[in-house]
Design a binder for this molecule. Structure first.
Ligand code: GLU
Length: 291
């Protein structure tokens, strides 16, 4: 794919604003500490803003004790933030409005498939998680859709081909990896609203990054691929594209990526073990060079 020679980057006119946007679904680990330290330093070095946003839309997995632990971890790391803490759980109507706009544009459709249906239809080699949605409900006849909608609560998916037909080719910029041609089609028709919570990470994150004037998104490279779809949502909703900084993941002693479930690796465990936060900060930041 050739890289289009434009990037909608009107965040250039905004004051530099970074954010840390954790989901309180577990205890933070060193990888989260690196993300938040890099975001905080970028903002502070530029005299900009650093904000904290709690991404707690997934009410099935978020816990208040994890949110409390996030605040304790940031205080321990010596990081402060600007303005009030936003909670995504309070912003359901804003995400619903964004979904309505996508539906009105004809680029979002209801999906009645179960995970098992999707896995079977795609015959995914790695199980349902890795399955690319085969587009089953994109082809539902209008009368079947109309009949099922009042009876079942669907998820909503983005019709990526229809969306790209509206936006044309898109690009985004990553400070480590350079200019990227957006390739949202590689993910298939991704979910923009889950049936159980009425929204989805991709939609909530682009709506809130724009609403909060975030100019620079600093996060782990595990979210690199998700950025393609987020760029498409930004273009559809007329939102500016932030500059992205996807940093390398922090690995455990075993060379594997850290997970919230590895309790020994959490910041809470390091704190309890008497780790000096200044030493941890230096150990995390020193190997990372901003381009
Ligand atoms: N809430 C997401 C997470 O905790 C991060 C979102 C983002 O940085 O875009 O994994």
């Amino acid at each position: 794919m050739t890289i289009p020679d434009f990037v909608v980057d009107n965040v250039d006119k905004l004051p530099l604003t970074t954010r840390f946007a954790p989901s309180p679904t577990g205890l933070l680990h060193r990888g989260h500490a690196l993300s938040t330290l890099l975001a905080w330093r970028l903002a502070r070095a530029a005299g900009g803003r650093f904000i904290l946003r709690i991404e707690d839309i997934d009410t099935t997995r978020c816990r208040p004790e994890y949110e409390a632990a996030i605040l304790e971890d940031l205080a321990w790391l010596g990081l402060d933030w600007d303005g009030p803490v936003w909670r995504q759980s309070a912003r359901g109507p804003v995400y619903a409005e964004a979904l309505d706009r996508l539906v009105a544009m004809g680029v979002a459709y209801p999906c009645f498939c179960t995970r098992a249906d999707i896995a079977a239809a795609a015959s995914a080699p790695h199980g349902p998680e890795a399955a690319i949605y085969p587009g089953t409900c994109r082809h539902l006849a209008p009368d079947e859709r109309a009949r099922r909608l009042p009876q079942e609560t669907p998820a909503w998916r983005l019709d990526v081909a229809a969306a790209l037909a509206i936006t044309g080719p898109l690009a985004w910029h990553d400070s480590f990896a350079g200019l990227q041609a957006a390739d949202p089609a590689a993910q298939g028709d991704f979910v923009v609203a889950r049936r159980d919570i009425g929204t989805a990470y991709a939609l909530a994150v682009v709506v809130d990054d724009a609403a909060q004037g975030v100019t620079d998104v600093v996060r782990g490279v595990d979210l690199f691929e998700a950025t393609h779809g987020q760029r498409l949502l930004q273009a559809l909703l007329g939102l500016p594209a932030p500059r992205y900084h996807h940093h390398k993941l922090v690995l455990g002693a075993d060379g594997k990526r850290l997970a919230k479930r590895d309790r020994g690796e959490t910041l809470a465990a390091l704190r309890a073990a008497g780790t000096d936060p200044a030493v941890l900060r230096a150990a995390l930041i020193d190997p990372v060079r901003y381009p």
